[in-house]
Design a protein around this ligand. Structure first.
Ligand code: PMP
Ligand code: GLN
Length: 387
């Protein structure tokens, strides 16, 4: 029998699925894979349910319903002052994952260089490789997650087509600041390259920090493809509704892939996403405030269990250094150990690197009910003798 595609068949099952399965098997509290344990806002779900019953339920337009595309354009103006033409500059996709894949498939020519910043979200590298791109990896490392500017500059060349920039950043919780973005913008200008901006956690930013889309910087409007996710913004990760905003030429390139990958996205979820994006500022502020509270709750709890807890400025995640509790194995061993022995699952940070030498950090997800976070902390405290 002939073998399947060698790039994709070389990858195992994603760490999120592996740890979630282990958590289920051992009845552990799952602070591994990032998803809230409460349903999203009721009014948004009702909007989806109503639209499902009332229809239409046939293929929506390929780029997305006009209603949602207008809502995405309005959202860009409202939060970031971006002037976006909903007809030529917005595309709806089945999850941010699809938007990312479309942009990569639509832009990359075999041999093009693509700059990726580690630790990196799991879908980037396989898709870049599958598209024939040549990945150039630049590392940020805990505990500071500093962007290594010299290495980043060295990674750029005349062959650089694209950088993938995730901010707020999974798994580190880093929110790139304006100075870092200006530095990246200058490199993009110098090397005539594009940026695929994964901003799925745009509304999960804490401590009065601002999320600054790279697209808002001078000269970047024509170079960036900005990706958002209803799953994250409305706490319904199973919905898989994403939206891509870019200048028309880049959007057309991504749409060429979208038309053959999924073509379109369920219409009722588009209706509900449009409704959600038009919610008042209190909704978006409330989302960030509630997740900030959970970050603090879990962070304090993990500290009291003996962990060194690193700063998290955004996302669903915080990272701990577990050497402080006296665990001497690798991060993967640690995550398996606490899942099976303490009844709490986490994700090893090395899973976000190609070379697993960042090996004593674990990522915990805090978008869970307070009582669940407290129970997880109690279990870890008693396991590590701090109860
Ligand atoms: N990018 C990052 C950094 C993520 O953490 C996620 C969450 N799974 C995604 C993209 C994918 O988002 P979606 O579920 O909308 O496809
Ligand atoms: N974004 C989620 C995380 O980082 C998981 C997404 C997935 O399971 N593919 O945990």
């Amino acid at each position: 029998m002939k073998p399947p595609n060698s790039v994709l068949s070389g990858y195992g099952t994603t760490i999120f699925t592996v740890m979630s399965a282990l958590a289920v098997e051992h009845g552990a509290i799952n602070l591994g894979q990032g998803f809230p344990d409460e349903e999203g806002p009721e009014d948004i779900r009702r909007s989806a349910a109503y639209a499902l019953m009332e229809g239409p339920n046939q293929y929506p337009p390929m780029l997305g319903t006009p209603d949602l595309r207008q809502a995405v354009a309005d959202h860009n103006r409202r939060f970031y002052g971006l002037d976006v033409d909903w007809q030529t500059e917005v595309m709806v996709t089945s999850g941010a994952t699809e938007a990312l894949a479309n942009a990569i498939l639509g832009l990359i020519e075999p041999g093009d260089e693509v700059i990726l910043i580690e630790p990196l979200y799991d879908s980037y590298l396989p898709m870049v490789r599958r598209a024939g791109g040549k990945p150039k990896l630049v590392r940020m490392e805990p505990p500071d997650w500093t962007l290594p500017r010299g290495e980043l500059e060295d990674a750029f060349s005349a062959k650089t087509k694209l950088i993938i920039l995730n901010s707020p950043h999974n798994p580190s919780g880093k929110v790139f600041d304006r100075g870092e973005l200006v530095f990246i913008a200058e490199l993009l200008d110098t090397y005539d390259a594009y940026a695929l901006c994964d901003e799925v956690y745009e509304h999960l930013v804490f401590d009065d920090l601002d999320h600054v889309p790279l697209m808002t910087l001078p000269g970047m409007r024509e170079r960036c493809l900005r990706v958002g996710s209803a799953g994250k913004t409305f706490s319904a990760t199973g919905w898989k509704v994403g939206y891509l905003t870019s200048a028309p030429g880049l959007l057309t390139a991504a749409a060429k892939a979208h038309q053959f990958v999924t073509f379109t996205t369920p219409p009722n979820l588009q209706t509900a996403t449009a409704y959600g994006l038009r919610k008042g500022d209190d909704y978006f502020e409330g989302l960030a405030a509630s997740q900030q509270g959970k970050r603090d709750r879990l962070g304090e709890g993990l500290k009291s269990a003996g962990f060194r807890v690193l700063d998290s400025q955004g996302t669903y995640f915080l990272t701990v250094d577990f050497q402080s509790v006296g665990f001497n194995g690798t991060d993967e061993e640690f995550c398996r150990h606490i899942t099976t022995e303490a009844g709490v699952a986490a994700v090893p940070v090395s899973a976000f690197y190609q070379v697993a030498d960042v090996d004593h950090f674990a990522r915990f997800c805090f978008c869970k009910r307070d009582d669940v976070l407290d129970e997880a902390v109690d279990r870890l405290k008693s396991h590590f003798g701090r109860a």
